[in-house]
Every structure is written in C-alpha cells, then in structure tokens.
Design a protein. Structure first.
Length: 289
C-alpha cells in the first residue's frame, strides 16, 4: 500500500506540472505570433534604409562622418559589446547560448589587445556576469519582450557619442537572430563603424534629386541606421525568446506525458500484485478452515 500511495502522489505531481507547462506553451505561442509580426513589420523599413544608405555612400563622403571612421591600421583598441538576453528563464539553452557567444567574442577581442566594455540588456545576462565577477559598463532589465524604438535609442545613443568622441573603436551587438520559431542562432553584429550595404546591382546608376545635399541626408541617416540595427536586434531576440520557450515547454509537456504513462503502468502493476496477494491470502485461509 505504501508504494501505491507514493505512486499516486507522484502521478498527481506530474499532472500538475504538465498542466503548468502546457499553459506556458500556449501563452508563448500567443506571444510569439505578436512578436513575429513586429519582426516582419521592421524588416521592410530596415531594407529600404539600407538601400538608400548604400546608394548615397561614397568613399569621399565617408571621410566627413565619424560614424564611418575605421580604426587606424585596423587595430581595435577599445570596443563595446551589447549583449541582449531575456529577463525570464524556462526557455531551454536560449540565454546560455547568447552568453556563450558573448564570452567568445569578448575573449577574441581581448586576445587582440582591445579593452572591452560590456553593456547588458536582460536579467539573465546581468545575473551571469555579476556571478562571474565581470563588471558591466551599463545594465538594463526594463526593456522586456516588447521593445520600442525609444529603447533602442536609449541603448545606443551613449555608444554613438563615445564612438564619435574617439573613445571607442568598435561597437558590436550579440543577439538571437530570428530565422524561424525553431531556428534562433546567437549572432554577433558590428554596428559601428557603419559598413554601408552594397548598392543594388543595376546596369545603370539611378538618378536622384537630393534636397538637401547628400551630406545633410547622411548626417541624419547614419544615426537612424544604427538605431534601427539595435531595434531589429531587440525585436528579433524577443521573438526568438518566445519561440525557444514554446519549444522548451512543449518538450516538457511531452516528457510529462511519457512519465505519466510509465507511472500509471507501474501503479496498475503494483495494484494488481496487491489484489492478487489478497486473493491468495483469502484462498489460503479458506483452505486452512
């Protein structure tokens, strides 16, 4: 009887856990759809912005804008690394993969002799590097899974100012690239200095009437391009988080179902053995009488 009671308690516990993971899977599925819509909505604007920048860019103009400045001799002396993670767990190896990619990039930059400043977005990244005794230049845990363009501007404006002042030679961002709900590889993207996208392959160059001048347009366009890169990284990481959590909760729900089947079979065998023993005892007692 003791074994049967223990199995019954475990069955109830697993049923409760499966109900929780199933609910979280459904919630993540709902949030994933909205996050995916934000990713899809941000892409056309980013593509158009990159095309305009690629058409306006010229080597002679690059010398006039600090955001296009390359480090001398290609040597990076100081860099900023912006790591985006989630505030919550229960999403498999999602945050661990992002942190691993950030550590790999920090080690690569420091191996080149560069000083690396960490800028952390998300509670998981903040907690990990705090535990690892690695100081961070800035931390943010208030962005959440609904990032806005204002969040991106707040994150990147100080880095733009430092880059223009010459205290930074490079700014990179580590985020989860959202290819699909099941494909969210950690990605490192260099956002400063700006590498203009290549102009579209055309047989003839397009004719533009620029008003004001190309210099004035680029002066406004370059910071906007950098902010847009950060915003895309934020929304893609948010969508990737929900995709990873949905997958993790689905796997947990399936595993709980398998465990329930095993526990129920074990409980039925134990109950059957107990009934058989009781019948045997009754028959034995009747024969003795």
């Amino acid at each position: 009887m003791a074994q049967a009671r223990e199995l019954r308690r475990r069955i109830k516990s697993v049923q409760s856990t499966r109900q929780i993971t199933r609910t979280m899977e459904m919630v993540s599925t709902s949030k994933l759809k909205r996050a995916q819509d934000r990713v899809i909505g941000a892409r056309p604007y980013a593509v158009a912005l990159g095309e305009v920048l690629g058409e306006l860019y010229a080597p002679e103009l690059a010398e006039r804008f600090p955001l296009l400045r390359r480090p001398e001799a290609g040597a990076i002396r100081s860099a900023a690394l912006l790591l985006i993670t989630s505030n919550r767990g229960l999403c498999g190896a999602f945050n661990a993969n992002l942190i691993r990619e950030a550590r790999r990039r920090v080690q690569a930059l420091e191996a080149q002799g560069a000083r690396v400043d960490l800028h952390l977005v998300g509670r998981k990244g903040v907690n990990f590097f705090r535990f690892a005794k690695r100081a961070a230049a800035s931390t943010r845990i208030d962005v959440g899974d609904k990032p806005t363009a204002d969040h991106a501007a707040q994150l990147v404006e100080p880095l733009i100012a430092q880059f223009e002042a010459g205290t930074l030679d490079a700014v990179e961002i580590v985020f989860a690239k959202f290819n699909s709900a099941v494909s969210t590889p950690p990605t490192t993207l260099g956002i400063l200095p700006i590498t203009p996208p290549e102009a579209g392959a055309r047989q003839t160059s397009p004719f533009f009437i620029l008003k004001p001048s190309a210099e004035a347009i680029l002066d406004r366009l370059l910071p906007l391009y950098v902010r847009n890169q950060v915003y895309r990284a934020l929304v893609e990481t948010a969508a990737a988080e929900h995709g990873a959590r949905r997958t993790a909760m689905k796997n947990a729900t399936d595993s709980a179902g398998d465990m329930l089947d095993l526990l129920r079979r074990t409980f039925n065998r134990a109950r059957q053995a107990q009934i058989t023993q009781e019948i045997a005892e009754i028959v034995g007692g009747a024969e003795a009488l």
